[in-house]
Design a protein around this ligand. Structure first.
Ligand SMILES: *Cc1c(COP(=O)(O)O)cnc(C)c1O
Length: 218
């Protein structure tokens, strides 16, 4: 049995049943991803549209596909048919482009608002205090369905230090939660336990399933 199979099974056992494990597959090979899928992964997260185009047609079994990277507007047209969920919407302009491209192909896209819970100027995501107005603006689009919130949190060595950022994002989630707004995506390889304690029902895990990432060449 391969190492990826072992790690996937271990995580599926440990992660509560109501929490979706999204395997973060950026920079992994099709064989690696398919080993994870064969071991029971039911959702994958991809950061790059180009990689998705290469990997998705070769997947051994249908899985839910989440876009978890930074989405440039000029990539939306290609992204929309490939993905089931876009987790990283952080502006009304991006939402409008997703809505427009979904309209062209008759699709309703589930989206999450990416929250910049660390309020870091250089990072993607909406500051917590600006989430409410984006939630309101998204109500005008017919081809997107807001289904929740996602956050990364600041980069910190000690995952315990992420707890306040996860907690603040969960407070936002609880404020807007309803039948549709039901997903809270937080936590990665080192921090998923803390994220789940703080209310996450989607965790995005790469390194702990696949091992250290190879360096990207671009
Ligand atoms: C790469 C990535 C992950 C997974 O990170 P690991 O530390 O490898 O588990 C999760 N979320 C996003 C948005 C990512 O880009």
């Amino acid at each position: 049995m391969g190492e990826i199979t072992d790690r996937v099974r271990n995580h599926l056992i440990q992660i509560p049943n109501n929490v979706l494990l999204v395997a973060a597959i950026k920079s992994r090979t099709l064989d690696e991803v398919n080993e994870a899928v064969a071991a029971g992964i039911s959702a994958v997260g991809e950061n790059y549209v180009q990689e998705a185009e290469n990997i998705f047609p070769g997947l051994g079994r249908p899985v839910e596909k989440h876009f978890i990277g930074h989405l440039q507007k000029n990539k939306v047209k290609k992204a929309v048919p490939l993905f089931d969920v876009i987790e990283t919407v952080d502006s009304v302009e991006l939402a409008a482009e997703i809505d427009r491209r979904c309209g062209e192909i008759g699709k309703v896209m589930r989206i999450l608002i990416e929250v910049n819970s660390g309020r870091e100027g250089q990072k993607a995501g909406v500051f917590p205090e600006n989430v409410g107005s984006l939630v309101t603006e998204l109500q005008g689009f017919r081809n997107i369905e807001l289904t929740g919130f996602m956050t990364m949190g600041p980069w910190l060595e000690d995952p315990e230090k992420l707890r306040p950022y996860f907690r603040e994002t969960n407070l936002l989630f609880q404020r807007y939660r309803n039948e549709r707004i039901r997903s809270l995506s937080m936590g990665m390889s080192d921090s998923w336990r803390i994220a789940v304690e703080e209310g996450a029902n989607i965790v995005r895990i790469g390194t702990a399933l696949f091992g250290p990432r190879p360096k990207r060449k671009d």
